[in-house]
Design a protein around this ligand. Structure first.
Ligand code: SF4
Ligand code: SF3
Length: 549
């Protein structure tokens, strides 16, 4: 196998024997086969779109299937077999419709690929993966590096587009670009410059996908408001909802209303508590349980109720909690109970509800503890005058956006230490699951503004960008001239997409860690550091001093 799509990749080079995330060579091979089939679907779907044929089912399917191949989403070869079958069926259906229009098209080889479902899909996946790697020509290493950047970035974008679709927000241009990027992976004539351009277009499209998702969330659940979230459980039966999917959290809340079950968020669902319409409609949406995704083996084992995983990050499951763990949507793990999507994509959560009722739940109170969430763009810009005055009076010296993914590597203590060392006259904005390194710290206030503000999930990078743009406009300067530094942590492909968005917007001086992506070649890295001054993190003290100088 060969996979280097995440930060955890073995020896910072690539997983060759077995995934450091727990992905087996077999799962990796069927994921590669699925990507190959999606690359074959893409040119056909683009041609169909040209002819006015409805490609909607294929559009949404492509997003979900790409999402399933992201790190820590799906480890189930049977689910990938089904995705591969669907990809081929959708491709052939679109071809048939084109044929009916008497459109004579010479299809590239990849669009005629037919897996043999009676033979080993693993071996076929290994073959196509080898072919993809060996297709590198002139500027081989750098073009391959950019191809992987585009592929991994588009996986992140597709996952946000899928979430946006779920909350009723779509843009045909996003679906079209995802196909264009997939189809480009088979274009052997693109120059290095054209690949760089395409990677930045991934960033632009991801910005649009995050904007759609922001609109979907805020239209459906209201603009987040600062909200205190208990971290101490309350006595009673319980369901824990993990991942990013706020619409599915809403559905679980609906289906558990009046059942005597308390609902807790886990991981990236913590910011859901800030959405007023969700909170008001469901008093049993109570608190947050557990910390970072990489601690789930311990946290899930201890949770005395049912657990539903809606998206990444799912770690290989454990006998201690397998029977109370449920997956939905693109998520999967062998032998885990998967709740299939019903009408409108919402599963019947009865098995999870029954499991929660059969388990003891929390038996005793624990000391009160809480965090505050809900500092998205509307809330922060609502106090823009206070922020601007505090900056003008020198009471706020600098803003730090410390956000991104969490992970298991020891080097990630950098982010905790960084936040601890931020001077008292500076504000820390945070987002995504990297915040669990410091989310419960009390950093105090400046002029009534909390020094630590949780902007939201990783996709709420959109919100952070809106805040930065509004501040830059208020001061009549460029975003890069703001007293703002971005200290980012990455792990998986949503973070790759967000990084490309920031580069597309021309944001400079980003500090990235804990290590740089293995798929970025030295030449591509030089290009990014020359153009955008993108740099690796060093030490908290040195980076802080450089940001404040
Ligand atoms: Fe390795 Fe990451 Fe790929 Fe898993 S997703 S196999 S850890 S590079
Ligand atoms: Fe985290 Fe997996 Fe990336 Fe949404 S939940 S940011 S790592």
């Amino acid at each position: 196998m060969f996979c280097e799509q995440c930060e955890q990749t073995a020896s910072g080079d690539g997983c060759h024997q077995f995934g450091a995330c727990g992905k087996s060579p077999q799962v990796n091979a069927v994921q590669d086969l699925l990507i190959h089939c999606l690359r074959g679907l893409a040119p056909v779907a683009l041609q169909a779109k040209e002819e006015g044929i409805d490609t909607y089912t294929a559009d949404v399917f492509t997003c979900e299937a790409l999402f399933a191949t992201m790190t820590n989403v799906n480890f189930n070869t049977r689910r990938f077999t089904s995705y591969i079958q669907q990809a081929i069926a959708l491709r052939e259906s679109l071809k048939e419709q084109l044929q009916r229009l008497s459109k004579k098209t010479i299809w590239p080889e990849i669009t005629t690929f037919q897996p043999d479902f009676n033979d080993s899909l693993v071996e076929q996946g290994q073959e196509v993966a080898l072919k993809f790697i060996s297709q590198v020509g002139k500027d081989a290493v750098d073009i391959f590096s950019l191809k992987l950047t585009v592929l991994y970035g588009i996986k992140g974008t597709a996952s946000y587009a899928f979430h946006a679709y779920e909350v009723g927000q779509e843009d045909e241009a996003v679906y079209r670009f995802i196909y264009q990027a997939l189809a480009a992976l088979d274009d052997h004539n693109l120059t290095l410059e054209e690949w760089v351009k395409l990677a930045l277009q991934v960033g632009a499209t991801n910005f649009r996908a995050m904007e759609l998702l922001d609109a979907g969330h805020t239209n459906t659940f209201g603009h987040p408001i600062p909200t205190s979230v208990p971290l101490n459980p309350q006595v009673g039966k319980a369901i824990l909802v993990s991942g990013h999917d706020i619409r599915q959290l809403n559905a679980i809340l609906q289906q558990t209303a009046d059942k005597g079950i308390t609902v807790y968020t886990h991981g990236e669902l913590l910011p859901a508590h800030g959405y007023p319409q969700l909170k008001q409609a469901y008093p049993h949406l109570y608190g947050h349980y557990g910390t970072a995704w990489q601690n789930q083996t311990r946290d899930f084992a201890k949770f005395p109720g049912a657990i539903v995983v809606t998206t990444n990050c799912l770690m290989p499951t454990h006998d201690d909690y397998n029977d109370k763990l449920f997956s939905i949507g693109p998520v999967g793990y062998p032998h885990l109970t998967h709740l299939p999507a019903g009408e409108n994509g919402i599963p019947d959560y009865t098995p999870a509800i029954e499991k929660a009722l059969s388990l003891p739940g929390f038996m005793e109170e624990s000391p009160a503890k809480s965090v505050t969430v809900g500092f998205a763009h509307n809330a922060v810009l609502g106090v823009a005058d206070t922020v601007i005055d505090a900056v003008k009076q020198g009471k706020i010296r600098h803003f730090f956006l410390v956000g991104g993914c969490d992970g298991a590597k020891p080097g990630r203590t950098y982010y905790t230490e960084f936040v601890e060392q931020v001077p008292d006259d500076c504000i820390v904005l945070t987002l995504a699951c990297g915040k669990f390194r410091f989310f419960d710290q009390d950093l105090g206030q400046i002029e009534g503004l909390p020094r630590l503000m949780d902007v939201g999930q990783c996709n709420d990078a959109y919100s952070a960008i809106q805040i930065a743009i509004a501040l830059a406009n208020a001061f009549e300067i460029d975003v890069n001239e703001l007293p703002l530094s971005m200290i980012l942590s990455w792990y998986e492909q949503k973070a790759v997409a967000i990084l490309l968005t920031l580069l597309h917007l021309g944001i400079k001086d980003i500090r990235l860690g804990p290590t740089l992506p293995a798929f970025i070649s030295p030449n591509v890295l030089k290009l990014l550091s020359d153009t955008y001054q993108l740099k690796p993190i060093t030490t908290p003290a040195a980076d802080l001093a450089a940001c404040l100088s």
